[in-house]
Each structure stands twice: as C-alpha cells, then as structure tokens.
Ligand binder design. Structure first.
Ligand SMILES: Cc1cc2nc3c(=O)[nH]c(=O)nc-3n(C[C@H](O)[C@H](O)[C@H](O)COP(=O)(O)OP(=O)(O)OC[C@H]3O[C@@H](n4cnc5c(N)ncnc54)[C@H](O)[C@@H]3O)c2cc1C
Length: 298
C-alpha cells in the first residue's frame, strides 16, 4: 500500500466526510433529488442517484435500505432525467443470493411502472458471477434494469457476449477495485483501450453502452468513433462521477444533444458511506497533497 492509500485508510470517518464532500450530494433523499433537479435545470445533466452504503450485514439494515430505495423511487418517478444505482452488498448478498435477488427484484418491480431505470453496480471480482446471475434473472422479467461491467477484467468480453438476448443498458468502466494479475489487466492504459473496444462490442450485441470515464482523450476517441460510424446519439450515453471536475467537457457533450449523466451519491447513515468515499479519495490524484496539507498544516 502506498503512502496516499495508507493515510486514507487510517482516516477517521469524520475527516473522510470533509474531504469527500464534493463527491456526495449530502444527507437524505431530498439532497440527492434536489441536486439532481439543480444539475438538470442549470446544466442539462442527467443523474443516477445512489444511496451510499455497502457492507450492510444485518437484515434490519438491509430492509431499511430497501425502504430508502422505495422512497427514492417515489421521489424521482416523475423526473425522466433521473435513474437509480444500487449495490448487491447493500441489499443482502452477504446473507444469500436468493435474499439479495428478492430485494433487488422488489426495487426494480416498484420502479418499472414509472419507466424508472435501475442500474446494478459491479463490486469486486468475488461478486461478478453472482451479480451477473441476479441481473439476468431479473432482466428476464423487467426492461428497466441495467448492469455495470469492468474493462480491467479478462472475462468481460465473454460476459458481454453472454449478457442477454434482450438489449441492455450497460455501464462500461475500467473498474475501481484493484484486482490480481490472474484475472485483470494491471495497466490503466490497457484498461482504457479495452473500454473503447467494449463500447463497440456492446453496440454489436445490441446493447446501450453507458461510457463511464473521466479520461478526456478516451471520451474524445469514443465520440469520434461513434460519429464516424453514424451511431445514433440515443444509442449510448456518457457518465461521470459528481465531484470530478469536468464541467466544460460535460457541457460539450450536452450541447451535442447527448445524455451526460452524473453518479450522485447521498448518505442516510454516514457509517455506511465511508468505504465509497475512501475509494473516491484514493482515485483523486491531488489527494496526497491535500491530505498532508490538512493533516500537517504544510
Ligand atoms: C458513473 C460512474 C459509475 C461507476 N460505477 C462503477 C461500478 O459500478 N463499479 C466499479 O468498479 N467502478 C465504477 N466506476 C469507477 C470507474 O470504474 C473508475 O474507477 C473511475 O471512473 C476512474 O476511472 P477513469 O476511467 O475516469 O480513469 P482515471 O485515469 O482514473 O481518471 C481520469 C482522470 O479523471 C480524474 N479523476 C478520476 N477520479 C477522480 C477523483 N476521484 N477525484 C478527482 N479527479 C478524478 C483525474 O484527473 C484522472 O486523471 C464508476 C465510474 C463512473 C464515472
């Protein structure tokens, strides 16, 4: 573990919240929904709202999470610019696949009559198979359900080919979890080259790629390729995380008439938010300086 990651790992939750505040909409559904409305009205951006939380173990906490998602559905069901994202580890996968699948199904079913899209985030490699199985089973029944695939994993090309016979919305990203050499690429440039290839592979299989990256040259390469092949602008979209400074590029995409969606996490209970926030801090190249400056006043 390098110095930056070691410092972030040791940071107390309160400090994490302060450093990570640009990456979250705040506390409570109303902050998430309020931020989504603001981004849409002022900047033409779409959002995917996410309740911060993973590593939820107790049944009562899992059920509380399901109830928050029900309330989120009520709060955004009339906002076509909003979707919802969620994670297996907040919905009972630590107890059993059947329990988690049932919880996911309840949420997707509640969103379906409103045409509200739900995306199943992808966590580390231990969850890839089970996440894909649950996704496919629920996708059989509902159209408003999408998934995430990670270009760093060697398996992803096969996962795309075997995804589903129905068209799916698939967020394609490099993947935030460090994975071992046996199963994943180690070099970011290689992961990004694969991400580019998988955009086309997804289109070839009739799916809708959600291109999730902040890498400007990669985004420009995708745009050029998609334009050159006259791919309709409603056949794909771009996604970024709230808090990563890319305003000009986002506006350029919006002006092209394309969907530019931000991932908008909010917290109900900060204790469940800390893992996500630490990962975002670790991905920020400016963090070493910021952490040291704030910790040691240098
Ligand atoms: C909408 C969305 C949803 C995602 N969902 C998942 C998921 O379900 N599962 C999963 O494993 N991963 C997910 N990710 C994370 C993704 O896999 C990458 O880890 C993340 O996007 C960084 O990769 P990058 O392609 O932007 O390239 P990078 O090379 O990491 O970033 C490119 C540049 O963006 C800037 N940047 C990136 N991150 C930060 C940051 N935190 N703070 C400040 N600047 C930053 C830096 O300037 C950096 O040089 C998601 C990403 C997005 C955008």
């Amino acid at each position: 573990m390098d110095l930056k990651n070691a410092i972030i790992d040791l940071m107390p939750g309160r400090l994490v919240r302060i450093f990570a505040s640009p990456y979250t909409a705040g506390k409570g559904i109303s902050s998430g929904v309020g931020k989504a409305g603001e981004l849409h009205t002022q900047l033409g951006l779409s959002s995917t709202l996410d309740l911060l939380g993973e590593e939820v173990f107790l049944r009562e906490d899992v059920e509380a999470t399901v109830q928050v998602y029900f309330r989120m559905i009520e709060a955004v069901k009339d906002r076509p610019y909003a979707s919802i994202s969620l994670k297996p580890t907040q919905l009972g996968i630590n107890e059993s696949e059947a329990y988690c699948q049932d919880n996911l199904r309840r949420i997707v079913a509640a969103a379906a009559p409103h045409g509200l899209h739900i995306t199943l985030d992808m966590e580390d490699r231990h969850f890839t198979d089970v996440t894909l199985r649950m996704f496919k089973a629920i996708r059989d029944e509902f159209d408003n359900f999408g998934i995430v695939l990670q270009s760093r994993l060697f398996r992803t090309a096969e996962d795309i080919k075997a995804l589903h016979t129905k068209p799916c919305k698939v967020r394609i990203c490099i993947g935030i979890y460090k994975e071992p050499v046996e199963v994943a690429l180690q070099d970011k440039a290689d992961m990004k080259a694969k991400l580019f290839d998988y955009v086309q592979l997804l289109l070839d299989h009739g799916h809708y790629p959600e291109i999730a990256t902040h890498d400007e040259p990669l985004i420009r390469r995708c745009i050029e390729h998609l334009d050159k092949h006259a791919v309709p602008k409603d056949a794909y979209e771009f996604q970024m995380l709230l808090g990563v400074p890319r305003t000009d590029l986002q506006q350029e995409i919006v002006k092209r008439g394309q969907i530019m969606r931000l991932y908008l996490p909010f917290a109900e209970d900060w204790k469940y938010a800390v893992h996500y926030l630490k990962r975002r801090l670790a991905a920020n190249p400016a963090m070493v300086g910021m952490v040291l400056k704030n910790l040691f006043g240098s």
